[in-house]
Design a binder for this molecule. Structure first.
Ligand SMILES: Nc1nc2c(ncn2[C@@H]2O[C@H](COP(=O)(O)OP(=O)(O)OP(=O)(O)O)[C@@H](O)[C@H]2O)c(=O)[nH]1
Length: 419
């Protein structure tokens, strides 16, 4: 791996004033999957006027400066297209409101996964990232002394694993400290790496606290197309149900009929009522309806799905702002959590997503999905170092149990390839 790595200016070269090679080429973008075509919403909703529509009429225009900024945002790596819903096969007829499903369906029955410990699954899930990092470390430090060259190679590996230059430099410094010119075992390097990564991650590893005083506790899920919002809602619904919470789900991804169906399946599996409208309906109006119903029914947690949107599409981001404004007409403190769902496979693009969604939707925390499908899991470290946003959960698979609260130490050790 390191043999093929192009040389670049490493921390120790810079420290020891070595010759400056050409700047390192940009990290290759994530493999460009076919661009998902997002159906444009049909102007405003065609649905019959309702109480829900009333508040959206006098909306002030979105802040021009923010939208301008979005319009000028860097081009994005198009995320993978959303997967079709697997469970329901019947075509979907538009409908106004989905009534609460009758009997709760046990999630375990829908997901009879063999029980293995989270640590085992985390290690396996992160194996592509950890073999890129840990395997690289073994290659570099086997039978070589620690010197400027080995440290440069280490820095290359860390930057390529998306940890970011700042954190990578810090790790290289920590590895080099007091060990210059000596033999160092790969396991020792991995331990130093894990310790440094844990230092960066510990402050952001914060559980999502559902404040029981806020009823319903409103969670808005945002993110780009296919990042895993709907799936994450389903996984969280199962988790909250197990904790004895009453739930309501709002199918605010009104762009895709499949997304509405997908949420209904999760609603059935977890025994949670789903508020839905026809495809193309106004997402803000739907959010208003859902919050009104959730209040009336005194549910503990309302999770609102939203359509995937690219962070450089100003009009879509303006729509998201509208959803937030409309929710606040009912409860000024809502949404109580805005979770940005980030797909780890997009690598560095996650930084731009966090920045723009943070400004538009007031992101309060992150969920990182698809850590199982990528060697770019280090991006979580770069995100933590840059934004310091709480990381609540990580996803390492499509199953209902493949989402867990984020633990800094476990993640750091798993990504370093330590046992
Ligand atoms: N491997 C893996 N796949 C995941 C994970 N989380 C979600 N997925 C898959 O990613 C795909 C997209 O997930 P969705 O939940 O539909 O994504 P979305 O953000 O709601 O998509 P849009 O509705 O288009 O915005 C689905 O096939 C999910 O099963 C994960 O942690 N690991």
């Amino acid at each position: 791996m390191s043999d093929e790595t192009p040389k670049k200016t490493g921390f120790f070269s810079r420290l020891f004033g070595r010759e400056q090679p050409a700047p390192k080429p940009e990290e290759p973008a994530a493999p460009p999957p076919p661009a998902p075509v997002e159906p444009e919403p049909e102007e405003e909703p065609a649905a019959a006027p309702s109480a829900a529509e009333a508040p959206s009429a006098p909306e002030p225009a979105p802040e021009p400066s923010l939208i301008d900024e979005l319009a000028a945002a860097e081009p994005v790596v198009t995320p993978p297209p959303p997967e079709p819903v697997s469970a329901p096969s019947a075509p979907v007829e538009p409908e106004r409101i989905e009534p609460a499903p009758a009997a709760p369906v046990a999630v375990a029955a829908a997901e009879p996964a063999p029980k293995r410990s989270w640590w085992t699954r985390l290690k396996e899930g992160l194996s592509r990232s950890s073999s890129a990092i840990g395997g690289g470390i073994t290659d570099i430090f086997t039978k070589r002394k620690l010197d400027a060259d080995t440290l440069e190679d280490l820095e290359d590996i860390l930057v390529q694993a998306d940890l970011g230059v700042e954190v990578s430099t810090r790790i290289v410094e920590a590895v080099g400290k007091g060990r210059y010119g000596k033999d160092i075992a790969p396991e020792e390097v991995k331990s130093v790496l894990a310790a440094e990564v844990e230092k960066v991650l510990a402050p952001v590893a914060q559980p999502l606290v559902l404040d029981g005083g806020k009823k319903p506790f409103v969670i808005l899920m945002v993110g780009v197309n296919g990042s895993g919002k709907t799936t994450t809602i389903g996984k969280l619904a199962a988790k909250f149900k197990r904790e004895g919470k009453s739930l309501m789900l709002a199918a605010g991804d009104t762009f895709r009929a499949a997304a509405i169906e997908q949420l209904k399946v999760w609603g059935e599996r977890t025994g949670s009522p789903v508020v839905a409208r026809a495809q193309g309906a106004d997402a803000a109006g739907l959010a208003f309806d859902a919050l009104t119903q959730a209040r009336e029914q005194n549910v503990d947690v309302l999770m609102i799905d939203t359509a995937g949107r690219l962070q450089n599409r100003a009009e879509l981001m303006a729509e998201l702002e509208k959803v937030v404004r409309v929710i606040r007409k009912i409860d000024a403190a809502a949404p109580h959590a805005v979770l940005l769902v980030l797909d780890a496979t997009v690598g560095q693009n996650a930084l731009s997503q966090a920045e723009i969604f943070g400004k538009i939707a007031g992101v309060t925390g992150l969920v990182m999905t698809k850590l199982d499908g990528t060697a770019r899991g280090g991006i979580l470290v770069a995100l933590a170092a840059k934004f310091g946003l709480p990381v609540h959960f990580i996803g390492i698979g499509e199953g209902v149990d493949d989402l867990e609260p984020f633990e800094a130490r476990d993640f750091a050790r798993a990504i370093a390839g330590l046992e």
